[in-house]
Write a protein that binds this ligand. Structure first.
Ligand code: OAD
Length: 258
């Protein structure tokens, strides 16, 4: 889905950085997918999920206590993701990778970068599609009869090996990040000659630490976000624009189009 509004021109300093960068790392958060119609993590939820705070659903304790509620919530999120399409920002990043080395590090559990044609270097918070057993961690690949629309309770499938409940392959609060993804993200951030931070509130660590460490190691770091975040003051450049407006404008500059 392309943004209906005309993209603003990239600020000169940011355009110059993008034009000369050979190795770019892009850290993305929920705002990257907002213009695809996926609500960000910290905005009010819709329908019957409006009364739930996502923070209270996204944890192993919540799953242990109310597996049917947590699974129903993920079934709804999964359906929204399935119906969403990559936006102009996702497509711009895929286009940029044809012009320079572009490494994507995402906190998003959707697959919109991949569907736009990008390879993702690190999926720091896992993937909603990679299911596994809560007890024995075995991947689960049996077909699932998903509901359509919102339901408030849905029993998760059971593991064929140990009868444990099946859970989404997402990093929940109180869980460690996948070690290899985090290591790749750290190495790429330090080796980059430009880092972009797109659509993240910068509240969740260790992901939020990546741009700060990169910046203090001498990498220019540009924030693309319509509002100020807790990261803003630690980065070298800020551009108050949405992902689907800013990224296509920036890639046009890199391609020599404007
Ligand atoms: P948040 O929901 O915390 O923040 C979304 C950010 O996107 C905000 O700073 C918005 O201003 C910005 N934003 C909104 N619309 C935008 C747009 N069109 N273009 C660009 N930016 C826009 O999401 P995250 O920072 O991704 O973790 O949240 C980090 C983690 O917190 C998530 O990965 C999730 C949650 O706990 C797990 O699930 C483990």
């Amino acid at each position: 889905m392309a943004s209906p509004t005309r993209s603003p021109a990239a600020p000169t300093e940011i355009a110059d950085l993008a034009r000369s960068a050979r190795r770019v790392v892009v850290l993305t958060g929920a705002g990257m997918s907002a213009e695809s119609g996926l609500p960000t993590f910290r905005e009010a939820q819709q329908g019957l999920w409006a009364k739930y705070d996502p923070m209270t659903l996204a944890s192993p304790d919540a799953f242990r206590a109310e597996p049917d509620v947590v699974w129903a919530w993920y079934a709804w999120r999964r359906e929204m993701i399935q119906q969403a399409r990559p936006n102009a920002g996702h497509l711009a990043l895929a286009r940029w990778a044809e012009l320079a080395e572009v490494e994507i590090v995402t906190q998003n559990v959707d697959d919109l970068h991949e569907r736009a044609g990008s390879e993702v270097l690190a999926q720091l918070h896992g993937s909603i599609r990679a299911l596994r057993c809560f007890d024995c961690a075995r991947p689960y690949t049996d077909p699932i009869d998903w509901p359509t629309g919102q339901v408030e309770r849905l029993p998760p499938p059971r593991c064929p090996a140990c009868d444990g409940a099946i859970r989404p392959g997402i990093v929940w609060f109180d869980e460690p990040l996948p070690t290899h993804d985090l290591a790749r993200a750290e190495a790429a951030s330090l080796a980059a000659d430009l880092m972009l931070v797109v659509g993240t509130s910068g509240l969740v660590y260790p992901a939020a630490g990546l741009p700060v460490t990169a910046r203090y190691s001498g990498v220019p770091v540009v924030e693309i976000n319509p509002v100020e975040t807790s990261l803003s003051e630690h980065l070298t450049h800020r551009w108050r624009v949405t992902a689907a407006q800013g990224l296509p404008a920036l890639v046009d500059v890199v391609a020599g189009g404007s």
